[in-house]
Design a protein around this ligand. Structure first.
Ligand code: ATP
Length: 584
């Protein structure tokens, strides 16, 4: 604070000159560091000098805050230690502190250096004291003003840099719709390198999403949708009427997308398997990706339908756009419509009345993946069909028709044809979706993929669980190859994860590491629960397992040894039983 007086030195000097002229005596002003800020007459040649070696009276005033009249400078008790007390030119001196909020920031001195001046001061002492008091107030008021200006200026500077760092666009618009000021984000959101001086038309669409109003912006022949707020600056100056704080819809959607998309992304090179079925699947994905037609992926649960959908996206021209997945079975029927098409603030008094963007809008320009499409209620099927035909959507509660360009990939593990017969799936929608059908075979029908998938998942989990791996027993690999895998690749992956967890320090995966349900599945012949509740005679069960072992391991000598081993009987017993079965 101390140097403030010197910062308004010119103003203080002007005051000193006026006082001197009016009073006919000399004036001197020092700051709280005894720096001479202003001076007239005998002091005019010594402005901006350090007075710490001489200003004994001023030092006292800075310390005590008292006003002092020194009638005999040089002889006064305060001048006792002053080295120039004997040669002091002053005849009389009035000194008064300059204060701001009880802080002494300097001293103003009125000095008579001639006998006439001394008489003048003595005759008008009271008047002079009142006069300096007023001037001291003026100086403090000026300092206050300067200080406030500095604080205000630094607030403005801080605000300016905050506004420039904001990822929201900010534009100040005049009554004439001309941009007067803007930040870098505004340029980014509007896709222009310069904004100042350009005309901008901002109109509300009437919709509100996430509790934020939506606007349609027109600038330089472009139309941009944004969400944000328009605020009046409340100034008289019409050139600075409103401030518009906004984010363009595209970035807003990207933020939501980043926050909500959790799916694992696949590329065709990550699809494991060398069976003819898998090779032709990969080939089809590449072909299908090049077209914009709707794809319907069918296959049992766990066969890789979502994997195929994301691979189509990664191979397509839309790979840099969004892939938005929605599982129609996982969302309550009452919410599915709003999830798909979005809704605006006030559309209904639901749990989230603020308004929300729908998946179709989020996926615009990209791909929407409608998983478990068979679970979509019939009334929504009608709406979906209309969206696919008309290529636009309307948010629930809004009048705005929004054009949509999305590629649709649907998937199901239910038999849609059968659902059509039962009138649970609309025939017209089925044909609209089934433009390009892709069927993924169950894993049991492509055993040639199993060895590679097993090895892939073993190395994945060995790495993830930080285990040491040596090899997998060939007998165990045979069991895995011949398993029914009703949960398909997902079940295989889970089984391998279990086995790697169970693996001993020797790093060998064998029958002992297999999960119990694996054997239960084998015993039940992978039939449904009701069927497996049927009690099978032990003799029959034994026959079935021996036959299965013969099938799995073949009839080479080595295979027979493995079969006997996995059945837990001696080789001789295995030969004998097998012979009996074959005779019957
Ligand atoms: N050929 C494959 N190569 C590598 N991983 C695969 C393969 N097929 C399936 N998977 C894996 O199997 C798991 C199940 O796949 P996905 O979720 O795509 O199946 P889905 O058919 O969509 O299942 P659901 O019908 O239950 O939703 C995933 O972890 C996936 O990565």
């Amino acid at each position: 604070m101390g140097f403030i007086l010197s910062r308004i030195q010119d103003t203080v000097q002007q005051y000193a000159d006026v006082i001197s002229k009016v009073s006919g005596v000399d004036v001197e002003v020092v700051d709280n560091n005894l720096f001479r800020v202003a001076g007239t007459g005998i002091y005019s040649g010594n402005i901006s000098t350090d007075m710490s070696d001489e200003g004994y009276v001023y030092k006292h005033i800075l310390k005590t805050g008292e006003t002092k009249v020194i009638y005999c400078p040089g002889d006064d008790v305060l001048c006792r230690s002053c080295p120039s007390k004997t040669s002091c030119k002053e005849k009389i001196e009035i000194s008064m502190p300059i204060e701001i909020e009880e802080e002494i920031i300097g001293v103003i001195g009125l000095v008579g250096s001639t006998e006439e001046q001394k008489t003048l001061i003595l005759q008008n002492e009271k008047l002079f004291l009142e006069f300096i008091k007023q001037i001291s107030y003026f100086i403090s008021a000026k300092v206050m003003e300067e200080r406030n200006k500095e604080i205000f200026g630094s607030i403005i500077d801080t605000l300016d840099s905050v506004i420039n760092y904001m990822d929201q666009g900010v534009v100040v618009i005049g009554d004439d719709n001309i941009i007067r000021s803007d930040n870098d984000s505004a340029k980014k959101h509007l896709g222009l390198s310069e904004l100042e001086g350009k005309e901008i038309i901002v109109r509300s669409t009437g919709d509100s999403i996430n509790n934020i109003a939506e606007y349609k912006i027109e600038i330089e022949g472009k139309t941009i949708f944004a969400i944000g707020g328009m605020y009046s600056l409340g100034l008289k100056d019409k050139l600075y009427k409103n401030i518009f704080v906004f984010k363009d819809m595209k970035s807003f959607k990207s933020d939501i997308y980043e926050a909500t998309s959790t799916h694992e992304t696949f590329e065709t090179k990550n699809i494991i398997g060398k069976s003819n079925e898998t090779l032709s699947l990969i080939n089809n994905i590449k072909k299908v990706a090049k077209s914009n037609s709707t794809v319907l992926i069918t296959g049992e649960s766990g066969t890789g339908k979502e994997m195929v959908a994301t691979s189509i996206w990664r191979e397509s021209d839309r790979k840099d756009q969004k892939f938005v997945a929605i599982n129609c079975a996982a969302i309550p029927e009452s919410l599915l419509e709003s999830e798909l098409f979005g809704y605006v603030k006030g559309a209904f008094s639901g749990a989230d009345p603020k308004g929300r963007i729908g998946k179709f809008e989020l996926a615009n320009q990209g791909i929407i993946f409608l998983d478990e499409i068979g679970d979509m209620p019939i009334y929504l099927q009608t709406k979906l069909l209309r969206v696919l035909q008309e290529k636009n959507i309307t948010r629930i509660g809004s009048n705005q028709v929004i054009p949509i360009d999305v590629k649709v990939i649907a998937a199901t593990n239910t038999d849609l044809k059968e659902m059509m017969i039962k009138k649970k799936f609309r025939e017209d929608l089925y044909y609209r979706l089934n433009v390009i059908p892709i069927n993924i075979k169950p894993l049991r029908e492509r055993p040639d993929d199993i060895v590679e998938l097993v090895e892939h998942f073993i190395s994945k989990y060995v790495r993830l669980l930080n285990k040491t791996y040596s090899h997998i027993d060939s007998n165990t690999m045979n069991l895995l190859k011949n398993h029914y895998w009703k949960g398909n690749v997902r079940e295989l992956e889970n089984t391998i994860e279990f086995m790697v967890n169970m693996m001993e320090a020797d790093g060998i995966i064998n029958n002992r590491t297999l999960p119990v349900d694996f054997f239960e599945d084998m015993l039940s012949g992978n039939k449904t629960d009701i069927e497996s509740a049927t009690i099978i005679p032990l003799k029959e069960l034994e026959k079935r397992e021996i036959k299965k072992a013969a099938q799995v391991f073949g009839d080479s000598t080595e295979g027979k040894k493995l079969a006997a081993n996995s059945l837990g009987i001696s080789l001789a017993t295995y030969y004998r039983r097998l012979e009996e079965i074959q005779k019957n």
